[in-house]
Design a protein around this ligand. Structure first.
Ligand SMILES: [Zn+2]
Length: 297
């Protein structure tokens, strides 16, 4: 696959017209003539109407991934998620063809996909240009790279319809202001028969959602301190998001593996206990991490 393949399929996030590459440093919209820069390996395609980029500001101040922290610290901090992805997801999902990761952060999942499927075109995107730049160091620690890094808003993806074979999100959608819109964008950029994998979300009933997102809960505290979205939805709501975007073959896996949640002993113990509780009580009542798979019809 040609490296310049993707640039022929970029669209303007403001007016949705095609974008042309003028030189290796600038892209121009054929409609509104807006120019997009291509610096430090990151193509900047955020909508012009995006307000304060709180996600980008949050990334810069994170204790293990912020400015001046070494790339290895970012990797070490995510080691449970990385092991889960490497041991459970990579062997299971076919990441061949054109792959888009949404909310890629420091791009470690995209880098692992590229390492295993070197023939695939792997595009890592995130709303934080800072995280994507940081990802260059993280990818080289994994002895890999990605083909493109694109700073964009998941609710205004700068890709033409039906371009990708697989769209991946990893602990991402719960940060969206409008998850329905973001999921429908994932549907739009997938080809017919293409697969969507939305990993690492949390499903919980109304009671636990209220506790988790309150100012005493982990999600609530994070949202307040970093000024970002941290949402929890019930299993039923998660399914409805995907059904409303016309996805088919929607399956949900409960991720009950306590071995990948050792970053916090309470969480690990909770998941250890969860493995002996019937599935009927999980997702619409008790909280659990879930992975959602769906296909574009
Ligand atoms: Zn435009």
């Amino acid at each position: 696959m040609q490296k310049d393949d993707l640039t022929n399929h970029l669209i303007c996030p403001d007016c949705r017209n095609r974008v042309t590459v003028e030189d290796q440093k600038t892209l121009t919209c054929t409609g509104c003539k807006r120019r997009f820069s291509w610096d430090n390996n990151v193509i900047q395609m955020l909508p012009s109407k995006v307000g304060r980029n709180c996600e980008d500001l949050a990334w810069r101040t994170l204790p293990y991934e912020g400015v001046e922290k070494p790339a290895w610290m970012a990797l070490l901090h995510k080691k449970d998620r990385i092991l889960y992805f490497y041991e459970r997801i990579l062997p299971k999902v076919d990441f061949s063809g054109r792959i888009l990761e949404i909310g890629a952060g420091t791009c470690w999942a995209s880098a692992l996909i590229k390492k295993k499927h070197s023939e695939s075109l792997v595009v890592a995107s995130d709303i934080s240009p800072y995280a994507l730049e940081k990802g260059c160091g993280v990818a080289s620690l994994l002895d890999s790279s990605v083909d493109y890094r694109i700073a964009c808003d998941a609710e205004h993806l700068p890709f033409s319809d039906g371009y990708f074979d697989v769209v991946l999100s990893n602990a991402t959608i719960h940060h969206f202001l409008d998850p329905q819109k973001g999921i429908c964008e994932m549907w739009r950029v997938l080809r017919k028969g293409g697969k969507c994998c939305s990993l690492g979300e949390v499903a919980a009933g109304a009671l636990f959602k209220a506790i988790l997102t309150s100012r005493f809960g982990p999600e609530g505290r994070r949202a307040k301190s970093l000024e970002i979205e941290e949402n929890v939805y019930s299993l039923r709501t998660w399914r409805r998001f995907f059904e409303a975007c016309r996805f088919i073959d929607i399956t949900v896996d409960f991720d009950k593996t306590w071995q990948h949640k050792l970053y916090d002993w309470f969480t690990a113990l909770y998941y250890r206990a969860l493995s002996s509780i019937p599935d009927a009580f999980i997702g619409d009542f008790l909280p659990c991490a879930i992975d959602i798979y769906a296909t574009k019809n």
